[in-house]
Design a protein around this ligand. Structure first.
Ligand SMILES: [Zn+2]
Length: 246
């Protein structure tokens, strides 16, 4: 069986029988892989702490042509949300769940991988988890080509600098004029400014952006709607986060 080594993000892990673990990995170069970590429940030597969701690891695994599951040889931690602790771990599970939803099996998707690693590093360097989450959602949906334009109203062409409304039927940001009769999430100008800057800034620099606290709430509400529209359900970890931060 050929042996592969490389970097990966752990997306999900669960117990398989008495002592093994099933691990879903987003590898940098070969896309999403499902593997078995033999003895993963107890073997601190080979897998100690490396199998938690959103851990950045260096892995070695063996792949058999006829089998769907690869066999994990070892995983070394390169970065971990466990070192940050607290809320960051819940956010990390949320990011891992969304990557798992969108990353295709066995198909390299390096931009998603790089987004995940950069966001983990931002959390580790102390960037606030809520603005990191808004950044992550924005980029995730952008990379899938489904984030609505934040530049101009698609109905009348007016620039959206002054604010917008996320219109639930079209899933677009409309100018306030066009949205005057529509229900939807009202986005203050500061939220759109944050997005415009986030398009050009690495997540590690998010701490430098000014975003008033009152702009983060509408952004979170708009992103929740966009995600539910595209996933047909609310991410599990998002519900947990909502219970923590009502
Ligand atoms: Zn308009």
């Amino acid at each position: 069986m050929p042996l592969h080594t490389g970097e990966a993000l752990v997306l999900r892990t669960y117990r398989l029988g008495e002592s093994d673990r099933l691990v879903v990995l987003l590898t940098r170069d070969r896309g999403k892989k499902r593997g078995v970590a033999k003895g993963g429940v107890r073997s601190r030597r080979r897998f100690g702490g490396a199998l938690e969701p959103f851990t950045h690891v260096r892995v070695a695994y063996q792949e058999h042509e006829q089998r769907e599951l690869v066999r994990l040889d070892y995983a070394d931690v390169l970065g971990s949300p466990m070192t940050i602790g607290g809320e960051a771990c819940t956010y990390a599970s949320y990011f891992a769940e969304l990557l798992d939803e969108w990353a295709p099996d066995n198909h390299p998707e390096e931009r998603l991988y790089r987004l995940g690693v950069a966001v983990l590093e931002a959390l580790e360097s102390g960037v606030a988890a809520d603005r990191t989450a808004r950044y992550f959602e924005y980029w995730l949906l952008r990379l899938q080509g489904v984030y609505p334009s934040i530049q101009a109203c698609p109905q009348c062409g007016a620039p959206l600098r002054g604010g917008a409304v996320l219109e639930p039927r079209s899933h677009w940001f409309l100018c306030r004029q066009c949205a005057s009769h529509a229900q939807g999430v009202s986005m203050p100008a500061a939220a759109l400014e944050f997005l415009a800057e986030a398009a050009h800034v690495a997540p590690g620099r998010l701490g430098d952006l000014t975003i008033p606290g009152e702009a983060l709430g509408p952004l979170a509400a708009a992103h929740r709607l966009l995600l539910v529209w595209h996933l047909d359900r609310e991410p599990r970890a998002a519900r947990v986060l909502r219970e923590i931060n009502p």
